[in-house]
Design a protein around this ligand. Structure first.
Ligand code: FDA
Length: 503
């Protein structure tokens, strides 16, 4: 069969891929977007597109027989996870030797499953991580552009102080305050106007019905509602779903050739397709893009890729933990799923940590304060191609996770001491596990800007090949990453469309 060809192909429809698709479409360039997950726009038998977190079904996770929620247990009981049938569900947990990584699958990538926290890092830390990027231009142009397109908004502080749905956050704020720590509101892409209607009973509940990691049926401005809707609106962008790109090579004329497996909803490969394009944009995320390029370099289909491809990967220092509050410090039976506040101790040079006050909606009072700590863990790992198995492996070690745990523990020991409270021991499966150090929500790096690529995401060694996603970020950005990923992708597209696509 002849390869289907398009001037531009974008692999993956998360933040990096969505920005690329929109800006290519607006420039009048016919673009094909290839996404391995499904399009989440059709209601299931229950009338909903996404399933709930309390009664997950096949829609919850990517080809699993049992869900693998981040909080494995409660009072050590496996109450949280449920048996499901294999299906291209919206949340995946990718397992490597000492680290597993949560990612979104579907048109919209991580935006379908994430907490919506839309945080811009401190300019000083951005400069530390990206010394070759003009920070004034980022903070003057690309961050504002990204926030506007993503639909970032903030909670009304008066409503926050009064609503039962954020009692859990106020309780955690008080505990942090008792330790002399600063808390700060963080913006979100969930529509807070919608959330208030949910609270008032005038709109169907989503964030107030426990929905988040398996998708939100209402209220969330995920990429399919923002960037991707606009991309399709240009008339130049076509999306193919349930197609996983498995290899990339280059033809004699310099065009790129992709092989993709089209799967059905049982996961069976029903067709293997060939595509070709002049411009190739990789937006498969830190794992997806890095895996494609490491494999291409080490199997010799793109042999001139830089040795830096695969290196510089980190977890954004992620560590999850819970504290037990005193009986009189209730968190409430009602918890909104969208985090709106963080404990900001990043300026503490001895132990920089930014900890999101995370929800744990269970529908009853449990006195737990849950946190996702982002620590300034300097550890990095590399992906390598294992020719024996054909797999791409990640060299992250347990000792590297221990660095994040030590940093999180320092901060939360302070909070516990000041409040005479203790950690929860029953949340992460095995007995007495306090810190969830074996998974991350924030995979970053693998094709680091200025190392595996030039300063604009152009892949070294090849023309018209670009990375636009989280693989560009060198392992840590100090806050939740998607606003930075989006802003960097905007910066890449602005440059590439001016310099590289002139006839
Ligand atoms: P992203 O992972 O979004 O998209 C990649 C897409 O490419 C996916 O749709 C994938 O299926 C597809 N793909 C990969 N390989 C492919 C291949 N070979 N062929 C075809 N398709 C392929 N961040 C934040 O800033 N605030 C927050 O509140 C949260 N909360 C949060 C909660 C949870 C549960 C998770 C899992 C993650 C978060 N995050 C977050 C992280 C955030 O979602 C993440 O950083 C971004 O989605 C990364 O964007 P990318 O564009 O890099 O890839």
């Amino acid at each position: 069969d002849a390869a289907e060809s398009a001037p531009a192909i974008v692999v993956g429809s998360g933040y990096g891929g969505a920005v690329a698709a929109l800006r290519l479409g607006q420039a009048g360039i016919r673009t094909l977007l290839l996404e391995m997950g499904r399009l989440w726009n059709t209601a299931g038998p229950d009338g909903k597109v996404f399933c709930s977190t309390t009664a997950p079904d096949q829609r919850s996770m990517w080809f699993r027989t049992r869900t693998e929620a981040p909080l494995a247990s409660f009072l050590w009981l496996d109450l949280v996870n449920k048996d499901i049938s294999p299906y291209p569900g919206v949340l995946d947990r990718v397992h490597y030797d000492n680290m597993s990584v949560y990612v979104g699958r579907g048109v919209g990538g991580g935006s379908l499953v994430n907490g919506g926290m839309a945080v811009t890092p401190l300019k000083s830390y951005f400069t530390e991580q990206f010394p070759t990027v003009d920070a004034d231009e980022m903070y003057g142009t690309y961050y504002p552009r990204a926030r506007a397109m993503l639909g970032v908004n903030t909670i009304d502080p008066a409503w926050f102080e009064s609503t039962d749905w954020y009692r859990f956050t106020r309780t955690s704020r008080k505990a942090a305050g008792n330790a002399g720590l600063k808390t700060t509101f963080v913006p979100n892409v969930y529509d807070f106007g919608h959330m208030r209607q949910e609270a008032a009973g005038t709109a169907p509940k989503s964030a107030l019905a426990g929905e988040v990691i398996y998708g939100n049926n209402q209220g969330k401005r995920s990429l399919d509602k923002t960037y991707l809707a606009a991309a399709l609106g240009t008339g130049n962008v076509t999306v193919h779903t349930l197609e996983k790109v498995r290899s990339v090579s280059r033809a004699g004329d310099g065009s790129y050739v992709l092989t993709a497996d089209r799967i059905d909803t049982t996961g069976a490969v029903v067709e293997t397709k060939e595509y070709s394009c002049t411009y190739l944009f990789l937006g498969g995320g830190s794992l997806g893009t890095t895996e494609l390029l490491v494999r291409a370099r080490d199997t010799g289909t793109l042999p001139d890729l830089d040795p830096a491809v695969g290196a510089g990967w980190g977890t954004n220092g992620n560590t999850m933990l819970g504290r037990a509050n005193h009986v009189w410090d209730t968190v409430g039976a009602d918890e909104a799923t969208m985090p709106v506040m963080g404990i900001d101790d990043w300026a503490n040079a001895d132990n920089p940590v930014f900890a999101e006050i995370a929800p744990l909606p269970m529908g009853f009072e449990h006195w737990i304060s849950l946190y996702l700590a982002i620590t300034k863990n300097p550890e990095r790992a590399s992906f390598t191609y294992d020719s024996a198995s054909g797999a791409v492996k990640l060299g992250w070690t347990a000792a590297q996770s221990a660095v994040s745990v030590r940093m999180a523990k320092k901060l939360f020991d302070r909070i516990n001491l000041a409040n005479a409270t203790i950690y929860r021991y029953d949340l992460f499966g095995s007995r007495s596990k306090v810190f969830a150090d074996d998974f991350t929500y924030h995979p970053l790096g693998g094709c680091v800007l200025g190392k595996a690529t030039d300063d604009y995401g152009r892949v070294k060694g090849y023309r018209r090949l670009y990375v636009t996603d989280g693989s560009l970020v060198p392992g840590n950005i100090g806050v939740n990453p998607f606003v930075t990923i989006t802003a960097l992708a905007e910066r890449t597209m602005a440059r590439v469309l001016v310099e590289d696509t002139a006839p």
